[in-house]
Each structure stands twice: as structure tokens, then as C-alpha cells.
Design a protein around this ligand. Structure first.
Ligand code: PAD
Ligand code: ZN
Ligand code: ZN
Length: 367
């Protein structure tokens, strides 16, 4: 069948929206009609090559949709089911899955962007295979994905709102609750208050952290941050954020700092703004060849902790329905995250808005 999708052929060039051929789902795979796809900075990072795919790739990893039909051996999902897409495939039985760390599943040694059997489902008009970002490619009208990447949700949820739970919400809230396990009343700083960082702020609000200090270089983002619960804001374009955070915490530094940009400089800032024995959590995904350095002796003497957080250390089928219930109960903001809707054809416009710091989250909606 045919599907229109957003494809990256060359780094730092406009994304091409084109019609592709989509194969039927094979065993353990599902065909979905996409309802919505959030525009996450990780998508832009595929365009720039910060997150590296070695061939043409269809974008999108934050989405929700409805199942059209299922391949052989799929028993848990049925046509008509509403689902959020997980951007990791996990087996459930390897060592990391058994430890409950499903986002770190060790089972699938398939090259990035191919289905679990090592083949393509998308092909362009020249007959070339097109990779799927995160094996899903939510910026496509239809998707064939492994059933391991699906999270069933109630049909009463807006799929546009649910799409955001597929990455930004789960990653940001999960970094606070699952990865760092921030204790109630802790002091928290969040550097980078875009679509993911705003959700780290929501996580900090859940654990009644105080202060919750938002750091960004865009005034508009700092205004969003206040709306999401930041108690203090620091414009890093005007002030040194490390000094500002120390000033706001009586010279101590914060208990937890979250870096949600993916920049070695701000990663070191996160480390520098935590108190002795505090924790810096790195959520932002830096260029695949980037490195950062911290003073080795002081690292030991300060007993600081520095940890990565991938997908909010979540368990998609447990955490995503829970986050949607929080939304239903009025304690998680999703409506306020969506600043602008786009058509698939406007994807380059959506990325330009992201680079200009205009949106909390932009969302591509499909018919
Ligand atoms: P975004 O573009 O919506 O937000 C990034 C924010 O950082 C913007 O508000 C910028 O203004 C701000 N910013 C940029 N430079 C600076 C600076 N020097 N100092 C302060 N603020 C700055 O992106 P996003 O929220 O979609 O994604 C943020 C990062 O998180 C990005 O690296 C993305 O790839 C990563 C990510 N990680 C995971 C994961 O599993 N760890 C999942 C999803 C996204
Ligand atoms: Zn993302
Ligand atoms: Zn596994």
C-alpha cells in the first residue's frame, strides 16, 4: 500500500515528504494508521546527523494511532485498538528486561531503523529501502511496526495528546520519578525547558520539589516553564546559570539538575550546579561523537553523581497508561504542551519553529 512520509535523505537538507510503498506486516508486526506525531528534538537530531542513521530514514518516534490489521502470531492486539508507540522494542526476557530496565533491552542486534528480522518495510519510488526511525517512523500516514513497540490505551483518550506520551512526557517525567527518584521536597534545576524539559518540571512538581529552577535561553520557554510549575527562572543568555542556581539555593547548589538539551557545555553546567553528593541527570542527546570532561579529583571529593536517563527509565506498558490516567485526573498537563499543529507537509516549518524556540511542542496531525 502507499503512505506519505517525512524522509531524511541528506543531513542538514530539507526533509522530503513523499509517497512510499509500505509492505504488509509480517509475523509479530502490526499495520497502524497514524493519528498524530509530536515533533521532538531527537527528530531534528536525525536531520542534522547528531543521531546517526547510515541511510535514508523516515522520521518520527513520538506517536499514536489505530491498528488497521495485524500480522501472524499477533495475539495481544486487534484491529481498532488505540495505541501509543514506544520508541524501544523490548523482548521481556533478557537480563535487562528481567531487571525491569526494558528500555535497555539487550536482545535485538538489528541495524538501526530496520525491522526485527533485519529487513525494510518502506521503499521509495526508486525501489530503495527506507529505514524507520526507532523502527517506527511516526511521521508517516501508515506504519508497520513490531508489536513489541505498542502500548494499548483507552479509546476515549485524544490520540493527539496521547502521542506526546510516546516520548517527551514519559522521558521528562520519568527522568525525575524513575531515573533519579527525586525525594519529595528536593531542590531541582532543569536546563532546557522545551518539550522534554517542561515534562521534567512536571515530574518535579509531582514530588513537590522546591525550588524548581528553569534554565533556558529563550524567554518564551521560560514563560512556558512557569506555567508548568517552575518557581524560578534563569535566562542563560543573560546570566551564568551555575552562579544563578547557587544564588537561588543559598550558595549550596541544587539536589538534582536535569540537562535536557544535549550539549556538552550544559551537561557540565548541570554537574557544576548540583551540591556535594547531589545528582546531575543527563537527558539531552548530544552529537554521537561529542564528549565532555569534568575534574576527576573533584568528582570524587564532592561525591556528586552523574547519570544518564534514557526514555525516562520507563516501562512503556506500565508508565504510559498511568501518565494518561494522571492527565485524566487533571494532575498532568498535556493540552498546554501543544502550541501548534502542523500538516505532514509542514515538517520543515515545524523544525524551523523548534530551532527558533517558538513551541512547547509542535504536533503533526493526520486525517
Ligand atoms: P526542544 O528543542 O523542545 O528544547 C530544547 C530547549 O533547550 C529549548 O527550549 C532551547 O531554547 C533550550 N536551549 C538550547 N540551548 C540552550 C543553552 N545553552 N542553555 C539553556 N537552554 C538552551 O527539545 P526537546 O525538549 O524535544 O529535546 C531536548 C533534548 O532531549 C534533545 O537532545 C533530545 O534529543 C533529547 C531527548 N532525549 C530522550 C532520552 O531518552 N534521553 C528522549 C527524547 C528527547
Ligand atoms: Zn523524542
Ligand atoms: Zn530484553
Amino acid at each position: 500500500m502507499k503512505t506519505r512520509a517525512a524522509v531524511v535523505y541528506e543531513h542538514n537538507q530539507p526533509v522530503v515528504v513523499e509517497e512510499l510503498e509500505l509492505d504488509e506486516p509480517r509475523a509479530n508486526e502490526v499495520l497502524l494508521r497514524t493519528a498524530a506525531s509530536g515533533v521532538c528534538h531527537s527528530d531534528l537530531s536525525v536531520v542534522t546527523g547528531t543521531i546517526y542513521y547510515d541511510a535514508a530514514v523516515a522520521l518520527g518516534h513520538e506517536g499514536a494511532g489505530v491498528i488497521e490489521h495485524v500480522g501472524d502470531s499477533v495475539t495481544d492486539f486487534h484491529p481498532g485498538d488505540h495505541v501509543v508507540l514506544s520508541f524501544v522494542s523490548y523482548c521481556g526476557s533478557c537480563r535487562m528486561c528481567q531487571m525491569g530496565r526494558v528500555c535497555l533491552c539487550e536482545s535485538y542486534n538489528v541495524p538501526r531503523g530496520l525491522q526485527l528480522d533485519g529487513t525494510y518495510r518502506l521503499h521509495n519510488s526508486s525501489g530503495d529501502g527506507i529505514l524507520q526511525m526507532a523502527r517506527i517512523a511516526t511521521m508517516s500516514e501508515y506504519m508497520v511496526v513490531p508489536q513489541q513497540n505498542l502500548v494499548k490505551i483507552g479509546a476515549h483518550y485524544s490520540l493527539e495528546k496521547a502521542a506526546l506520551v510516546g516520548c517527551g512526557v514519559t522521558t521528562g517525567v520519568g527522568a525525575v520519578l524513575n531515573t533519579a527518584k527525586v525525594e519529595p521536597g528536593s531542590s531541582v534545576a532543569v536546563i532546557g525547558t522545551g518539550g522534554v524539559g517542561l515534562n521534567a518540571i512536571q515530574g518535579a512538581v509531582f514530588v513537590e520539589a522546591e525550588p524548581i529552577i528553569a534554565v533556558d535561553i529563550a524567554e518564551k520557554k521560560l514563560n512556558f516553564a512557569k506555567r508548568f510549575g517552575a518557581t524560578d527562572v534563569v535566562n542563560a543568555a543573560e546570566n551564568d546559570p551555575v552562579e544563578a542556581v547557587h544564588e537561588l539555593t543559598d550558595g549550596l547548589g541544587v539536589d538534582y539538575a536535569f540537562e535536557v538539551i544535549g550539549n556538552p557545555k550544559t551537561i557540565v553546567q548541570a554537574y557544576d550546579m548540583v551540591r556535594a553528593a547531589g545528582t546531575a541527570v543527563i537527558v539531552g542527546i548530544a552529537h554521537h561523537q561529542a564528549e565532555f570532561s569534568i575534574p576527576a579529583q573533584q568528582f570524587v571529593a564532592s561525591e556528586k553523581r552523574l547519570i544518564g536517563s534514557f526514555y525516562g527509565s520507563c516501562q512503556p506498558r506500565v508508565d504510559m497508561p498511568k501518565l494518561l490516567r494522571f492527565y485524566e485526573d487533571g494532575i498532568l498537563k498535556l493540552d498546554e504542551l501543544i502550541t501548534r499543529q502542523y500538516r505532514l507537509e509542514q515538517i520543515n516549518e515545524a523544525f524551523a519553529a523548534m530551532e527558533a524556540g517558538e513551541n512547547a511542542r509542535g504536533v503533526i496531525v493526520f486525517d
